[in-house]
Design a protein around this ligand. Sequence first.
Ligand code: MG
Length: 379
Amino acid sequence: MTPPLSRRALLSSGGALAASAFLPASLAAPAEGRKAAGTGSAKLDFRLLPLKLTHAWTLSRNTSTEKRNGLLTLSAEGVTGYGEAAANVRYGQSFESAEKAFARVAKAVEGLSPWEHLAWLERAEKEAGIDSEVVAALDMALWDWKGKKLGTPVHRLLGIPTGRMAVTTYSIGIDTADAMKAKVKEATAYPHLKVKVGLPDDEANVAAIRSVTDKPIRVDANEGWKSAEEAIRKIAWLKTMGIEFVEQPLPSSMNAETRKVKAVAGLPLVADESVLHPSDVAALAGTFDGINVKLAKCGGLTRAYEMAALGRALGFKLMLGCMIESSLGIAAAVAVAPLYDWLDLDGNLLISNDPFKGLSIQDGVWALPSGPGLGVVPV
Ligand code: MG
């Protein structure tokens, strides 16, 4: 590993590295983890943003203790915007695949002005392939840049209503029964909880958490149940535990079986892995009651804004979720969160080395930031 680039080196490098001069030393990364590109008047940079999880994170697919996200920096006209690429192994993404996608995207947007936001998005979507998290990072950076340039918060530029932010859930990671009970106690500041299911010991895990709290609980099976019969049986039991709704009971390849579950389930079903982009929404009518939109899946807050309108028109309940990501990615989601009925925006609450600051939460309710752009700055 090479040592981090010094601030002086960044300032003197000019050209494609100019955007990095706006970063504090704490965000400087080894040269080997970076890609940079010029886009006419704008400069782009992409580097590793390593996040450490406070507790090991277990869901039906895997367990992890760290997350390797990417930080995209866009600099033009003396202003820098930031975006976060939260790669998800479920969709074949990694930091390395994001770096490659970034290189293609950066070439495709060369020469565009950052004011041509939708032209950047269209070209990025065409080039990014499966790496929608890179499109999301670019979209966030464009909004952050635009907001800072105009001295205005992004939510205000979008015309987002104030005063109607839903309470976000706080995730209790799967662990031993005693450890989960301890995590529930740590979560006293959060009035709504989310629990991962789709594992062999679902009943024991949910019962352990329910034994120490009366708070509303939502569950996420992450495609972990393998048949309609198993899902129907588990959901019937979960209903007796006072669960509010169930995310993605079956694999995204089993929508026909999911329709059978929906017909008899006494709880709302919310699509997550079955809904990535705006183009997926219409086909899910009759299969799910709600859709869980995430910026990293759909390609940023512009598309999340569009999906809210589309989902509403089709009669879905609207949920806005996140990956494990820093306050940067969460701030981008918070900017459009008032358009959504249910929020699951806790990625930054689950890490111990948040590289951005500026967001605030009270009793599980995120405040729309008052600062320009996305309202967060590097620590
Ligand atoms: Mg989910």
